[in-house]
Write a protein that binds this ligand. Structure first.
Ligand SMILES: [Zn+2]
Length: 432
């Protein structure tokens, strides 16, 4: 890959900037919350088609995936009309200059976004994208619609230069990454495979070397109703919810102790995070509430099995009900819905990582930084169940899952260039 190629690529991508921002804004405008992904997926299907890809769209069939490793019980049961969109590039098989065609590649991104939180806290409406100060603001702009835009634009850049990947490239726009990963699992079950997978999650152009496991659990608490004349006669199920979470947090503290850490997370300030994410309960201000439902997210290290994590959580809750006076007489039942996601570690010295690092250095003139993620990503399906090396490399952004989420346009366009260089090196190129 000579300087002429890099210079031409730089100019080409520079010329794509407005189009990329427009594409991103179009996607953000489709508020693709859980269960409402179709509008954005229609845009993706049209885009893939316009890129000359063979387009496949399909609903997730629970029967196809529910017994597979990596499956997570869905949060909403209905998968009808919530399609995954896949675009497949078939090379012509005529790599230029007598070169052999290279390796195949999956580019994956999720189209779903997390809830906006209180809309009144946003500077502008989360689904009304705003371009300001070199950033695109809006829910999903960073996480991860800019990444989806970036891999499309990288492919388009090569095409504009009269080239295309010389091996198969599969682009996946999947649903439900933010609560189960069942969209990516359904793609795996359908048989898409390649020599590597890249997911441009908004990780500040760092290369992901590991990701934590994530588990969601729902605790159903039953207290004892009573008149507020004497609240001590009852057990307040909402107060009990806090007590249960405080007990669970002892596990979080324990797993964050230096001696209990996975080596990938030695230098992190606080890798394992437990979150009391949602609580509902009670029915009357003058009645001690008798029931509550609590949704908790826990993080755990690669190598810890799902059953061992569950046993640890269940033992802790059972013990708390017996010994914590605030829970005396309460009943707690645990249910698992949403993420049941194992952690994983990437092969830092493998071809995928070294090739991406090289592409990053060529474009930015700086060595790439490595990062171990304290969240989960769909990489786990490729790594753990698909026998496919995978990692994340995507643009800089902020406040995903928060208020006024934004992504840097400069960074997004730099990722376009890096992905184009990587794709050309990994897949080889041929004339269109
Ligand atoms: Zn994401």
């Amino acid at each position: 890959m000579d300087d002429g190629f890099l210079g031409e690529l730089r100019d080409t991508v520079q010329g794509q900037r407005d189009q990329a921002v427009q594409f991103l804004c179009d996607l953000v405008r489709q508020g693709s919350l859980l269960g409402q992904e179709q509008g954005a997926q229609d845009i993706m299907a049209e885009r893939f088609s316009g890129m000359g890809l063979e387009v496949e769209r399909f609903d997730i069939n629970l029967d196809d995936i529910k017994d597979l490793p990596g499956f997570s019980p869905p949060v909403i049961d209905n998968y009808a009309g919530r399609e995954n969109i896949v675009g497949i590039h078939h090379p012509s098989g005529q790599a230029g200059d007598g070169q052999a065609a290279g390796k195949s590649l999956i580019l994956n991104g999720h189209i779903d976004v997390v809830p906006t939180g209180d809309v009144s806290l946003w500077t502008s409406h989360p689904f009304d994208p705003v371009v300001r100060d070199g950033r695109v603001y809006g829910r999903g702009s960073a996480d991860m619609k800019a990444g989806v835009v970036a891999y499309c634009m990288a492919f388009e850049a090569l095409r504009t230069m009269g080239l295309q990947p010389a091996s198969r490239v599969i682009m996946q726009s999947v649903v439900e990454e933010e609560c189960t990963g069942n969209g990516a699992l359904a793609c795996l079950a359908r048989g898409y495979s390649a020599d590597a997978a890249v997911i441009p999650e908004p990780f500040h152009q760092q290369l992901m070397t590991a990701q934590l496991g994530v588990m969601w659990l729902t605790v159903h608490l039953t207290g004892k109703p009573a008149h507020v004349l004497d609240t001590s006669a009852g057990i307040n199920a909402i107060e009990a919810a806090y007590a249960v979470f405080e007990n669970l947090r002892e596990i979080e503290d324990e797993w964050n102790l230096p001696e209990n850490r996975h080596p990938q997370y030695c230098d992190h300030s606080h890798p394992v995070n437990f979150n009391l994410g949602k609580i509902s309960g009670g029915d009357w201000a003058s009645t001690v509430p008798c029931s509550s439902v609590v949704d908790v997210r826990v993080g755990f290290y690669p190598g810890m099995s799902l059953p061992s994590v569950r046993r640890r959580l269940e033992d802790k809750v059972a013990d708390a009900v017996k010994t914590d006076p605030r829970l005396n007489g309460a009943n707690a039942r645990i249910e698992y819905r949403g993420f049941q996601a194992e952690g994983c570690v990437m092969d830092e010295g493998g071809d995928l990582m070294t090739s991406l690092a090289d592409a990053h250095r060529r474009i930015t003139n700086a060595p790439i930084e490595m990062m171990a993620s304290t969240a989960t990503t769909d990489c786990r399906f490729f790594e753990l169940y698909g026998n496919t090396p995978a990692t994340c490399y995507g643009p800089q952004g902020s406040d995903y899952h928060g208020i006024d989420e934004w992504v840097s346009i400069d960074s997004m366009m730099e990722v376009v260039q890096v992905l184009a260089v990587f794709m050309a090196a990994w897949c080889g190129v041929e004339k269109r």
